[in-house]
Write a protein that binds this ligand. Structure first.
Ligand code: PLP
Length: 405
């Protein structure tokens, strides 16, 4: 197992005609050059965008190129998948039309009667989908507080539990799950561990190197980072039968990402190693300043030394703790909503991970049954000047408080 603080250098896959001998370049080096791809026809340093939906058969009735139709596969999608696999230290990655399409493909690959354990704190859209779909698919489902490893151990049904799903840090409370420990518990019971690593991104955490079997991302978030693509990613520790089944579900269900979106995502992956640390630096700066704020009761951010998830996060995250934090305002839901109403620079919008900072009253979105407190505002830190971000939020908090005093 790779130590999380090991140098960020993927193993060299060995020399060959397409892969001349080279030093073990760092992930950021390989991502910046999209794995060094040079178009053989034109010598272009940017790979062409393949939009064709169909491909000519060879005279012998075969498809020597490996491409026959664009629903199962696409060359532009493959290129982005290769970069994502490199970033996650995975033998293979798959791109989907959304994060939800990627996540639900994993649950769809399970068999009726399988038992699944998922976190209490997780992306609400997937939690709702699981609540509605698991009974229909005869999946047995338990929600567990994943920061309590004893609770996870107790929930396991050896031989029947086939999947443990974790999300770390978990949206929107940023609960941290110990990936290596959760993998140990899952494997001891004969289950796979899948990690939604959307918030961490491969810049901060590589779950497969910590023992996870699958990693999932909403590529819509920091991987793309420019709020102009909806995409989903899966990467696997092994190209095994389960992975093949997930691939068949993507091909049969038509859930592949479109080539133009794959092209845009590829373009964004080239700068992930610049954006992610800048956004994480902005987030910790805000967390430290907001925690002393008179109208903020609590700041939730795993980068804060007194956060309950900090010790585990410090072990399994490198280069910072991500762009996402939440604040609990003094004055309840009304003060939170009034604060969001008064920002000028922050954008009052859902989603996360983009270069522009977003603020959201999360309980309004998640509705009844959410573990999200009503006084919580979710903050997605972009790349703006942290002084501007803080002063805008500070003014909004003070104006909201004055309005409600
Ligand atoms: N996982 C997390 C942590 C998310 O925040 C989201 C979306 O907000 C998703 C999954 C779903 O991704 P998508 O919106 O790309 O379907």
């Amino acid at each position: 197992m790779t130590r999380p603080d090991a140098p960020d250098r993927p193993a060299d896959t060995g020399p060959g005609p397409e892969n001349p001998p080279r030093p073990a370049w760092a992930a950021r080096t390989l991502a910046a050059q999209a794995l060094g791809h040079v178009d053989p026809a034109t010598r272009a340093v940017v790979a062409p965008l393949h939009v064709s939906t169909t491909f000519v058969r060879d005279a012998d009735n075969g498809y020597a190129s490996g491409f026959s139709y664009a629903r199962p596969d696409n060359a532009t999608v493959r290129q982005a998948e290769a970069v994502l696999a490199m970033l996650e230290a995975a033998p293979a990655a798959m791109l989907f039309g959304s994060g939800m399409a990627a996540a639900t493909a994993v649950f769809s690959a399970l068999e009726p009667g399988d038992h699944v354990v998922a976190p209490v704190v997780m992306y609400w859209g997937l939690k709702r989908w699981l609540g509605e779909e698991a009974p229909r698919r005869r999946l047995d489902l338990d929600f567990v507080a994943m920061d309590d490893l004893d609770a996870l151990r107790t929930a396991m049904r050896p031989g029947r539990t086939k999947l443990v799903w974790i999300e770390t840090p978990g949206n929107p409370l940023w609960t941290v799950t110990d990936i290596a420990a959760a993998a140990g518990i899952a494997h001891a019971a004969g289950a796979r561990l899948a990690a939604d690593s959307t918030v961490a991104s491969p810049f901060h955490t590589k779950p497969l190197t910590l023992g996870a079997d699958l990693v999932m991302h909403s590529g819509t978030k920091i991987l793309n980072g420019h709020s102009d693509v909806v995409a989903g990613v899966l990467a696997t520790a092994r190209a095994d039968a389960f992975w093949a089944r997930v691939g068949a579900i993507r091909a049969g269900g038509g859930a592949i990402l479109g080539p133009f979106e794959a092209y845009l995502l590829m373009r964004s992956l080239r700068t992930l190693h610049l954006r992610a640390p800048a956004q994480a630096a902005g987030a910790i700066d805000l967390a430290l300043r907001l925690r002393g704020h008179p109208h903020v009761a609590r700041v939730l951010y795993p980068g804060l030394p007194d956060d309950s998830g900090h010790a585990v996060a410090a072990r399994q995250m490198t280069g910072g703790f991500g762009a996402m934090l939440s604040i609990r305002t003094r004055g309840g839901a009304a003060a939170a909503v009034a604060t969001a109403a008064r920002v000028a620079l922050w954008k009052r919008a859902t989603s996360l991970g983009g270069v522009e900072s977003l603020i959201e009253h999360r309980a309004s979105v998640e509705g009844p049954g959410t573990p999200c407190p009503p006084d919580l505002l979710r903050l997605s830190t972009g790349i703006e000047d942290p002084d501007d971000l803080f002063s805008d939020l500070d003014a909004a908090l003070r104006a909201a408080h004055a309005g409600h005093a």
